[in-house]
Design a protein around this ligand. Sequence first.
Ligand code: HAM
Length: 418
Amino acid sequence: MATYSPPPGTADIFEAEAREWRGIERIGADVFGRYGYGELRTPIFEYTEVFQRGLGGETEVVQKEMYTFEDRGGRSLTLRPEGTAGVMRALSGTDVMNGVEQRVRYFGPMFRGERPAAGRRRQFHQIGVENVGRCAPLIDAECIAMLAAFLREIGLGDFVLDINTRGALDDRGPAEELLRNYFSQHIGQMCDDCKTRLERNIWRILDCKQESCCKIIADAPDYIASFSEASRTYFDEVRRALDALKVPYRVNPRLVRGLDYYVHTVFEVTHPALGPQTAVAGGGRYELFLPGEKRPVPGVGFAAGVERLLLVRDALNIKFEEPAGPAAYLVGLGLGARLANLALADQLRAAGIPVELELEERSFKAQLRSANKSGAALAIVRGDSELEKNIAIIKNMSDGEQTEISADAIIDYLQQRS
Ligand code: HAM
């Protein structure tokens, strides 16, 4: 742990942890690749309007959490708080507008000015996908099933999946009226945030976690019944497809999600190891307006929080396999031997054999200690007399047994063992 800490809500990731990150990314690329998703890398910052328009001006992320700054040219830029809006901006140059499907996956840092806590960071990382250009219940179900497959392959098979429907955009008005009529009668007993939400974004009341609000929310009217027949059929088909795919889920009418772009299917995943309040992944179907377009583009996707996936893996005590130590540790006594070892290490590494060596003048004992610590199976020892005879001593680190070998045979010897 560095004594000079990074800013709150950010973290340094050292090798042992980075190995876990690479494992998650590798499995994601593999699973999503099987479903036809190719990688898209978008910039870490975008014009602020990409997120303002994309996520909706009334969302908490846009109102309170964005890292926005002006560049030297006076342009307003924002560090991306999520991946979807940037992906859609990037796809605006493709033919998604003409109903051509694009399947993309991404992995990278996102930034939100939230209060840091366990599993809540200001710089966090998402692994996600977007399926853009078409709209059908079975596409949503396939996307959810792919998330389930990914979670299983990284060891989170005991996930809890909540799904819900937000209906079509046209369904919002009647549903909001129903909810407004109900909540305005009870708003006196509800929290201050909900009082503001009643005016600004009534849907967010539904996922308020305050105890006083929960009781009132539990008796809220069934707004889904007010959705059009087509929207309810859409949701039925998503569920039938999930049943056919044997993906376990719960229908949760309180799940609305925090971003404004969602329509129809929304979903969120939690895991018993982190509890019901901490989502490890979330997503849904959305409609987003691309710059200059009058019609929205449909898509469905999700993102999982990498830090949170790793917290679950930690709690379950699962780790990706640690790599074995180097094939050999080169011990050199005297400058001549160290120079010879440096050149030999270069040749071995070029031949694909990982080795470590001592480059400073240190005692034999100290070098053997380092060899031990490195986890190398062998130590290859040379001093002036070995150089003179053009030999090396190979010491087996597990039983201490020593053999002599011609210096010219070292590469072959190690290659045969690997
Ligand atoms: P989101 O629910 O805001 O959705 O974030 C997705 C996931 O990112 C969360 O479930 C959580 O695991 C992780 N996450 C969010 N904020 C933090 C944080 N401060 N610290 C650590 N992890 C965090 C989206 O971002 C949507 N773009 C997902 C999506 C893609 N919907 C459709 N396509």
